[in-house]
Design a protein around this ligand. Structure first.
Ligand SMILES: NC(=O)c1ccc[n+]([C@@H]2O[C@H](COP(=O)([O-])OP(=O)(O)OC[C@H]3O[C@@H](n4cnc5c(N)ncnc54)[C@H](O)[C@@H]3O)[C@@H](O)[C@H]2O)c1
Length: 439
């Protein structure tokens, strides 16, 4: 079943900055982890994502996986076997029911909780982890409602625990190279960017075995907007120093009709399949424009229900040129001229230190998952400030409720709250980190 909060209607955005609720704690911007030689990790959700990310947690030095939770006993058991195979003590396993994760969060020997469950549970799990004194990293999106995003900000500030959106795409090789080039001024003054999750998931969403139940497809019966903005927004927000000098101020969204899933069902699903009871409302393609405080524009797209080769768009433009991904190409003055794209490979010197050190990382998504886990665990081990925090998690996720609200209001701009309560004006380091002196 789905927590009640996720089923109710999405509230409209607050209309101005002063509408931010009163701060209950202190800022989490620039707050380091407490240093520890070994990071003890608990994982909730061992499906496609959690069941493969566990390999990377086990591959990173200084990490022990001490507790696992999944409502499906077999998934927890095969993950536990991986821990033992990696030479670590058998982890505690929680499989009793949908609330057993609370026991994992309550353990005294867990430092960091990783949440890789369906979206319906992200908010409650992140909240429970923080209330039990744990730092928490959550798969995208970190929550589905605006009021939940504020609650996570408040909880992080009150409990002094970090609540992070584990945005692996921020650690992609291209993304990190563009980030460094952008910050070094190679694109001039930055003006615009774009990011997307255009990934044809029709087959997987109707596959009876791929996901644990139809949870992902069911979100297409609930919200009309961008259900998964983070992979596109996170990297571009980093290029533009959102929450570190600039701020996402408003979003306006439009959505196409929702036809793709119904058409796929018509052509592929047998009569009597449970999906025939569903009515899809989520736009096949949503296109959103985010305006920043400095006047820059970010375009976000989401489309998981029509044929399209995978693309996160991943583009950035400024007064000296532009980068576009899928396929990667670059055009910056003075290197390029006459309307001819240049070769992005020529800029490999700009690679982030993480990619220079880990040239061939293990795991999926071209290695960015490993780079993210390595860096996150390094920050915890060495007691560093994390590359992103609860303010970034809330900002990158805000398009979920706000694009829905904007589409319902015929494209009316929705204010994106200032989750930092004014601190966005200060520049501070983020994913474009310096290499620490210790490994
Ligand atoms: N960052 C990425 O690149 C990436 C890639 C894939 C998935 N994801 C995200 O990971 C999350 C999981 O996706 P998935 O594809 O693994 O889905 P999945 O359905 O394969 O896995 C979800 C798991 O959570 C378990 N679960 C459900 N409710 C639970 C509860 N109350 N307590 C404990 N366990 C529970 C299920 O049994 C299942 O094993 C989603 O948020 C998804 O968006 C991110």
């Amino acid at each position: 079943s789905v927590p009640e909060a996720a089923q109710t209607a999405v509230p409209a955005a607050e209309s101005d900055e002063s509408a931010a609720p009163k701060r209950q704690g202190r800022t989490m911007a620039g707050v380091p982890f407490e240093r520890r030689s070994t990071v003890r990790v608990g994982i909730i959700g061992l499906g496609n994502r959690g069941g493969s990310m566990i390999d990377l947690f086990l591959a990173v030095p200084g990490v022990r996986v001490v507790a696992l939770c999944d409502t499906v006993r077999d998934k927890a058991a095969s993950a536990a076997a991986k821990v033992v195979k990696a030479g670590q003590p058998a982890p505690a396993v929680y499989t009793k029911d949908e609330h057993d994760y609370e026991q994992l969060c309550a353990r005294g020997d867990v430092d960091f909780v990783y949440v890789a469950t369906p979206w319906d549970f992200h908010f409650e799990m992140a909240k429970t982890a923080m209330l039990n004194g744990k730092h928490v990293g959550v798969e995208c999106p970190v929550a589905m409602r605006l009021d939940e995003l504020w609650k996570l900000v408040d909880l992080s500030e009150r409990t002094r625990r970090h609540c992070m959106q584990l945005e692996n795409c921020a650690y992609g090789k291209n993304e990190m190279r563009v980030l460094r080039m952008a910050h070094a001024g190679l694109f001039g003054d930055l003006l615009h960017g774009a990011g997307a999750y255009n990934h044809d998931l029709r087959g997987l969403m109707f596959d009876p075995d791929y996901y644990e139940g139809p949870w992902r497809r069911l979100w297409h019966t609930r919200l009309r907007g961008d259900l998964y903005p983070n992979h596109g927004f996170g990297p571009v927000a980093n290029y533009l120093d959102i929450n570190r000098g600039d701020r996402a101020v408003s979003i306006t969204s439009m959505g196409t009709p929702a036809l793709g899933l119904a058409q796929y069902r018509e052509e592929n699903m047998p009569p009597g399949d449970a999906s025939w009871k569903e009515t899809y409302v989520s736009s096949d393609r949503t296109i959103s424009l985010v305006q920043t405080a400095k006047g820059r524009v970010v375009r976000l797209e989401h489309d998981v229900s029509t044929p399209h080769p995978y693309s996160r768009i991943n583009s950035l433009g400024g007064t000296r040129g532009v980068f576009e991904d899928y396929p990667e190409r670059i055009y910056i003055e003075p290197d390029h001229a006459n309307d001819e794209w240049g070769d992005f490979a020529a800029y490999a010197d700009w690679d982030h230190w993480l990619w220079k050190e880990h040239a061939n990382p293990p795991g999926g998504h071209g290695g960015m998952d490993y780079i993210m886990v390595f860096r996150l665990m390094q920050c915890v081990r060495l007691g560093l400030v994390p590359d992103f925090d609860v303010y970034d998690a809330a900002t990158w996720t805000a398009p979920v409720p706000l694009s829905h609200a904007s589409i319902k209001a015929n494209g009316k701009p929705q204010q994106i709250p200032d989750f930092t309560r004014g601190e966005w004006k200060k520049s501070r380091p983020g994913t474009d980190s310096e290499k620490p002196s210790e490994p």
